[in-house]
Design a protein around this ligand. Structure first.
Ligand code: YH5
Length: 278
C-alpha cells in the first residue's frame, strides 16, 4: 500500500491539481496588478470547482519556449502565490526547477514543489531538503527544447521507473524524507505517442516505488495526434486519459479544467466504493 503524502492528500480518493500558468501569453497585458487579479480569479474559480491544489508556474516547458531568468520567474509567481495564500487555505504548489524560486515560493505560501526536472538543477536537492515540503519528482528524457525530436527507449516503463527510483535515492541522500515524495512519469516530456500510451497502460508498475503517482495529460499533444483537435477542444479526451490513469493507480491529476474532472472522478470513485448492499 502506498503511504499517503504528508498533509497533502485527501485521506482516500483522488486529488485534483488545477493548473495556473503565470506566463505572459496566458494573461491579459494590463500590467502587474491586473495580472495578479486575473490569476487570483482563475485560482478561486478552480477552488470553487473542487481543486485540492493550485499549481502555479512561471516557466513554459513547451518545446521551443524561451528560458526565463530567476528574477523573471520570481516576478511572475511570487505576487500570485502571496495573493492566493492571503485569500484561501488551498494547498499551493510551485512548478519550478530553480532553487531560489522554490525558497521564495514556500516563504510566500506554497506547500508543495512540482519539479519537471526532478531536483537535478544546481542547489535544488539541498533547498528542497531544507524547506521540508512534499516534492513531485517528474521523469523527462532530454531537455524541453529538443526532447520531442527523437525520443528513444528500449522499455519505456522500466526506464522511467528506474529513473524515478534513482531520484528517490538522490532525494534520500540529500535528507528528504521518503514520505514527502510524489512520482510522475512525465507524459509528453521526451516521449512519442506509443511511449505515452505504454506508460498509461503500465502505470500500475510505478506503484512498486511506494509513492503516490501524479499525472499530467490535460490537453497534451498526444490528444492532437489521435484526434487532430486544437487545444481548446481537447476536454473530453483529457478526461478520458485522466480516468484511465486513475484506474491504473494515479492519485493526483494535474488539469486545466477542474469541474469536469471532479465530476468524472467522483463518479468513478462512487462505482468502486458503493456495494450492492448500500
Ligand atoms: C506534468 O505532466 N506538465 S507543463 C502541452 C500542452 C498542454 C499542456 C500541447 N508541468 C506536467 O501541461 N508537471 C507540465 O499542449 C507538469 N507533470 C507535472 N508534475 C506541460 C503541459 C502541457 C503541454
Amino acid at each position: 500500500m502506498t503511504e499517503r503524502c504528508e498533509l497533502l492528500l485527501p485521506a482516500d480518493g483522488v486529488a485534483i491539481m488545477g493548473i495556473l500558468n503565470v506566463t505572459p501569453d496566458s494573461f491579459s497585458d494590463g500590467g502587474q496588478h491586473l495580472r495578479v487579479d486575473d490569476a487570483l480569479h482563475q485560482a478561486m474559480t478552480m477552488i470553487g470547482e473542487g481543486a485540492d491544489i493550485i499549481d502555479v508556474g512561471g516557466e513554459s516547458t513547451r518545446p521551443g519556449a524561451k528560458a526565463v531568468s530567476v528574477q523573471q520567474e520570481l516576478d511572475r509567481v511570487i505576487p500570485v502565490i502571496e495573493r492566493i495564500h492571503g485569500e484561501s487555505a488551498i494547498s499551493i504548489s510551485i512548478d519550478t526547477s530553480k532553487a531560489e524560486v522554490m525558497r521564495a515560493a514556500v516563504a510566500a505560501g506554497a506547500s508543495l514543489i512540482n519539479d519537471v526536472r526532478a531536483l537535478r538543477e544546481d542547489g535544488a536537492l539541498q533547498v528542497a531538503a531544507e524547506l521540508d515540503v512534499p516534492v513531485c519528482l517528474m521523469h523527462m528524457q532530454g531537455k524541453p527544447r529538443t526532447m520531442q525530436q527523437a525520443p528513444k527507449y528500449r522499455n519505456v516503463v522500466q526506464e522511467v521507473r528506474d529513473f524515478l527510483a534513482g531520484r528517490i535515492e538522490a532525494a534520500a541522500e540529500a535528507g528528504i524524507a521518503g514520505n514527502k515524495l510524489i512520482v510522475d512519469p512525465g507524459f509528453g516530456f521526451g516521449k512519442a505517442l506509443g511511449h505515452n500510451f505504454a506508460l498509461l497502460r503500465g502505470l500500475a508498475q510505478l506503484q512498486s516505488l511506494g509513492r503516490p503517482i501524479l499525472i499530467g495529460v490535460s490537453r497534451k499533444s498526444m490528444i492532437e495526434e489521435v484526434t487532430g483537435l486544437p487545444l481548446q477542444q481537447r476536454l473530453h479526451a483529457s478526461v478520458t486519459l485522466a480516468l484511465l490513469a486513475v484506474q491504473n493507480g494515479a492519485s493526483i491529476v494535474r488539469v486545466h479544467d477542474v469541474a469536469p474532472h471532479r465530476q468524472a472522478i467522483r463518479m468513478m470513485e462512487a462505482v468502486s466504493q458503493t456495494g450492492a448492499e448500500d
